[in-house]
Design a protein around this ligand. Structure first.
Ligand code: PLP
Length: 394
């Protein structure tokens, strides 16, 4: 069997060699990072080295980083009415969520359902900043002065569309709110400096940037921001923000992957964008009526999501898989089910087109050959479908 072509890097990535080596070395580290003896100190060293490396990717202070089990937990940890800044410990009484967030954000963390509101996106897939501003104005004008927490992702996992996070942050802060940013898809692919984004908290995940599955982090912009309400209370690890003995091996792999991703960020982004542009041009050659979601907007360099009228994603996925190519439809976390994408629904994409949405996501190891194999499989799929239609019509 010829080699498989993996083009589903937004779902998860293969391990980077640097992460594999760091994890292999950590296997032999017997100590508990909380122990004071030499074995414990060796494990603590690995955790703190990784903390510096991961924080470095976001330009954050290592002490402001809390390791978690992944992006889902990092989002859940941030989304709490108890998220506080400085001495201001009054609860956040409203959670505003963009309509295209990942399900782990849309679940709302520890906010009660009645206190969660959607903020719409434009048909381009970009948050409607005017709608956000209008909602913040209304909340501020209430007698009690509602204090919102707003969640806006940096880049969408399906379309790759990059959100105007710094602009949103300015609006949110002017209204006395806090901003949480899910940067799970952007970290390691485009610059994610926490100061530039002006995010108060940022969620990231190791397995989206070449690290292992099951490790992630919540990063705070300043030490003054407190997770008032840890998900796991216990031994006081992670400065009391996340109890439980640290996943030393996973964290070591996360650190090495983050450092490697950060070192190669700009050239890798350029290379992936060139591959992606070539892929889209070839796709248009075969299917001139292809709709590329978010085309012309700032997008992750590795991501393209498209639909061709009359071709169902389910059919395409199976045909491509049989041809040795792995891609996905909609978000990875829901790729097991054939439901319409809530992201495309939020963008008002007609359901008949949305059921054809195929996501191709490249990675640092993707090659021209990978794109060629995909395009040749797509050409066969389109030819097969039109032959079938001609036969039915005859
Ligand atoms: N946020 C986004 C945007 C994602 O794409 C994902 C995973 O697909 C997550 C959060 C969840 O991350 P994890 O798989 O580490 O829990």
């Amino acid at each position: 069997m010829s080699e498989r072509v993996y083009l589903d890097w937004n779902a998860t990535t293969p391990l980077r060699p640097e992460a594999r080596a760091a994890m292999a070395a950590a296997f032999d580290c017997a100590g508990n990072p909380s122990s004071v003896h030499a074995e414990g100190r060796a494990a603590r060293y690995l955790v703190e080295q990784a903390r510096e490396r991961v924080a470095g990717l976001l330009g954050a202070e290592p002490r402001n980083l809390i390791f978690t089990s992944g992006g889902t937990e990092a989002n859940a940890l941030a989304l709490s009415p108890q998220l506080a800044v400085g001495g201001d410990k009054g609860p956040r009484d409203r959670l505003l969520i963009s309509a295209i967030e990942h399900p782990s954000v849309r679940a709302g963390g520890r906010f009660a359902g009645a206190t969660i509101e959607d903020v719409p996106v434009l048909s381009s897939g970009v948050i409607d900043l005017a709608a956000l501003q209008a909602r913040l104005d209304v909340l501020r004008a209430t007698a009690t002065g509602v204090r919102p927490l707003v969640a806006l992702m940096h880049a969408n996992n399906e379309t790759g569309v990059v959100q105007p996070v710094a602009e949103a942050a300015a609006l949110v802060h002017a209204a006395g709110g806090l901003l949480h940013v899910d940067a799970v898809q952007s970290a390691g692919k485009i610059p994610c400096d926490i100061e530039r984004l002006q995010a108060d908290t940022v969620a990231i995940s190791a397995h989206k940037l070449g690290g292992p599955k099951g490790a992630g982090a919540l990063v705070k912009r300043s030490e003054a921001i407190h997770v008032g309400d840890p998900l796991f209370k216990g031994g006081g690890q992670e400065r009391g923000s996340r109890g439980g003995t640290e996943n030393v091996i996973g964290i070591a792999g996360f650190g090495a992957a983050a450092e490697a991703a950060g070192n190669a960020l700009a050239p890798t982004a350029l290379r992936m964008a060139a591959l992606r542009d070539r892929l889209e041009a070839m796709l248009r050659d075969i299917s001139p009526d292809a709709v590329i979601f978010g085309e012309g907007l700032e997008r992750l360099p590795n991501t393209t999501m498209f639909a061709v009228p009359g071709i169902k994603a389910e059919t395409a996925l199976i045909a491509l898989d049989l041809a040795g190519v792995a891609v996905s439809s909609g978000s990875a976390c829901s790729s097991g089910k054939v439901a319409g994408s809530p992201v495309l629904a939020a963008m008002n994409v007609p359901a008949a087109l949305a059921i054809g949405a195929v996501r191709v996501s490249l990675g640092p190891a993707s090659t021209d050959r990978d794109v060629d194999v995909l395009i040749s499989a797509w050409r066969n799929l389109v030819a097969g479908l039109s032959k079938g239609r001609r036969e039915v019509a005859a």
